[in-house]
Design a protein around this ligand. Structure first.
Ligand code: HEC
Length: 139
């Protein structure tokens, strides 16, 4: 009996340690942006996005909300890179791609903060497409 549970335990451990790299891929729970970056993003958001998506990110009758269930409904399971590219290439609606990449990343950090994902020690970056490996899931 004792041996069997030890063996089961070992089998489980082996299964976990040989599992694909899922455990090493960064997730939104790991603090992928810094609080300073989100604060910068808040300013940029107020200046360039809030006229349509509202100061509280809840949107209005013409523009979708960027937080909560509605936002997750659209973005859950897709990558952070996809969201980033979508924002950069289509927003602000009247002049897409008009901000710097840094400003778009700051705004993305602010959106993450407002959706309840934790801040960490470093800024969100996309130098080598790392955002493509982050899958959006509920906070
Ligand atoms: C002139 C109004 C306007 C401004 C300014 C604007 N947006 Fe939008 N945004 C929209 C509209 C309308 C949609 C929905 C249609 C679309 O996706 O093109 C949208 C869609 C989006 C979406 C997709 C939402 C979803 O759930 O599919 C995101 C993300 C977004 N905007 C982010 C931003 C950010 C970030 C900024 C500031 C850099 C910004 N928007 C500025 C009007 C605007």
């Amino acid at each position: 009996m004792r041996f069997r549970s030890a063996a089961t335990c070992l089998a489980v451990l082996t299964a976990v340690s040989t599992a694909p790299a899922a455990t090493t891929a960064a997730g939104l729970g790991d603090g992928l942006y810094s609080a300073e970056q989100a604060a910068r993003g808040a300013e940029a958001y107020r200046a360039t996005c809030s006229s349509c998506h509202a100061l509280d990110l809840r949107g209005n009758s013409n523009s979708p909300g960027l937080r909560g269930i509605g936002f997750l409904f659209v973005w859950e399971g897709r990558s952070l890179g996809e969201l980033y590219t979508s924002i950069r290439t289509t927003m602000p609606q009247e002049s897409p791609n008009s901000l710097t990449q840094g400003q778009y990343l700051d705004i993305l950090a602010y959106i993450l903060e407002q959706n309840g994902y934790p801040a960490g020690g470093a800024d969100l970056a996309n130098a080598s497409g790392e955002l493509d490996t982050v899958v959006i899931s509920a906070p």
